[in-house]
Design a protein around this ligand. Sequence first.
Ligand code: TXA
Ligand code: MG
Length: 318
Amino acid sequence: MIGNDIDKAIQLLQAGELVAIPTETVYGLAANAFNSDAVASIFKAKNRPFFDPLIVHTNSIANISGWVEDFPENAKILAKSFWPGPLTLVLKKKDSITDIVTAGNETVAIRIPNHPITLELLGRLDFPVAAPSANPFGYVSPTTAKHVEDQLGNKIPYILDGGNSTVGIESTIISFATETPTVLRLGGIAIEIIEDIIGKVNININQNSNPQAPGQIDSHYAPSTRFIVGEIPKLKPSDTTTEEVGVITLSKQIDWALPQNQVQLSKNNDLNEAASNIFAAMRILDKKKLKKILAEPMPNEGLGLAINDRLNRAAYKL
Ligand code: TXA
Ligand code: MG
């Protein structure tokens, strides 16, 4: 059920139930991070493997000292610069954070999301919430309450509606468990901006070719329709009639594809706007049950890198 009742969401979370919550990146599937049974039910609802750890969400930096061994200076600088916002910090954990949240890792991922409703909710709870994106494992992340309902509506008691997620792609994840900070996922804050503040970072976004390791899975964010990334003119199909092909571009129109099967992510070539539209575009075209969806790569700058990461994982097949 979708609604605006924060009191109800609070009561459900306190009772160990799941609630989908709005954030500026994507909707999350939240449970009390200190209730292992509640956290376990997140994995069950999403059909998510237990080796994939969850992000702990809170509303205040002050809470974090109880959960981490070490909060390095550069991590604090990023936290102060970007929180609340689309940044997740991976830090060495204390025992107060249980293994089910971190998949047995020595580190915990933490984020303060930037959404007024969810910040109010978190402020009124006396525990943080663990929350992955509110989609079945491997599928496209939800950026509206309706997206959540379409796929998980029968598995969770309540979806708190906070409108469209404005950033539209998940948070940038950066680990401080290593000597040099390491980006584990490209996301809502561009690497250039992070490096302007703390200097050079390592990037290790493909660590999950070993699926035992935390982080990202190669095949992810995937629509059911066959998804292909490349220069659209070169991908004009010869084996399928062009009416059965969907197209995602930054701003161009493709003359041989049907207008209703095309999504332009940003008419002004604005990569932030493109990020906010990418997952909805995948969903809209996936619903049409076309033969395939073609997507052009974005420019490799700003949020373009994070969008390309999503496109490539959507296209990846084992
Ligand atoms: O924007 C976001 O981050 C959204 C919203 C809801 O906050 N959440 C989200 O969660 O994207 P999820 O579970 O879909 O993706 C979290 C990623 C996973 O790839 C997981 O492996 C990684 O974070 N992760 C979590 N804890 C980690 C840890 N301790 N070390 C390394 N990676 C971790
Ligand atoms: Mg996810």
